[in-house]
Design a protein around this ligand. Sequence first.
Ligand code: ARG
Length: 290
Amino acid sequence: MCPPEHFRVTYSINPWMDLSKPVDVRLAMAQWSDLRDCYRSLGHTVDELTPHPDLPDLVFTANGGLVLEDRVLGARFAHPERYGEATVHEEWHRERGCAEFQRAQHTNEGEGDFAVTDRWLLAGHGFRSSPLAPQEAQEFFGRPVIALDLVNPRFYHLDTALCVLDDGGNGDEDGPAHGNGPAHGNGDGPARGNGGGPARSTVMYYPGAFSPGSRAVLRRLFPDAIVAEEADALALGLNAVSDGHHVVLPQAAVGLLEPLRERGFEPVPVDLSELLKAGGNVKCCTAELR
Ligand code: ARG
């Protein structure tokens, strides 16, 4: 995470960024600190990136890259205003000694447009990431990538429209079991964990953000998904972070609370209203070091 010390809205690269709405930096800092403290109270480690006066969006660390098994595919930003952030993230990963770092050739905005399920990467494109980004990620990580077409400018990144909630609870086919997710599956659904059936990860998403074909793909892959209503999506309720049990999400997304609880998750609402002025929320402020 990166403190929003220099956070402001000085340019507009998405429909949320309204230059006439001033940002209260002190409030942003307080809200951000609450999120960091929330992660710590849930038992997670949080590292902090040093903020940079010329990079107001650096607070949205999810965009810096995608980390899987400590291998990092570093971002290549779509807008010149954010180009400089890629180097900050690269230096940070190299300094901490990640297993491998590769700067992407094709534009991709890290976890903004990539999500990790138990067996696939999901890759959004349409506004920021290049349509060539999924292939590059597939080659680098050696995981099948499902490309999804984003069509609504309010949901310009995949992480504004979809959130992976767990790893299916029984681990990777070829890896050790992680197994801290809630029990789910009612036994009469499609077979899970047979290597050829539907995904076991649980996701929540907003169909209105996706093209008809991508919606059909999501229905096919995630028949048990939580399907969000527009109001919750517009509160950026899908811009959430789950550890497989706790789901930290924007507090205004009240319609997601019951569906999450019904599936055994524990929602943890937080308020990041100042960060929303730049089109970001919980997930955007959080880069996960897998
Ligand atoms: N103002 C930033 C942008 O438009 C917000 C980035 C939000 N990050 C995210 N992971 N969705 O690029």
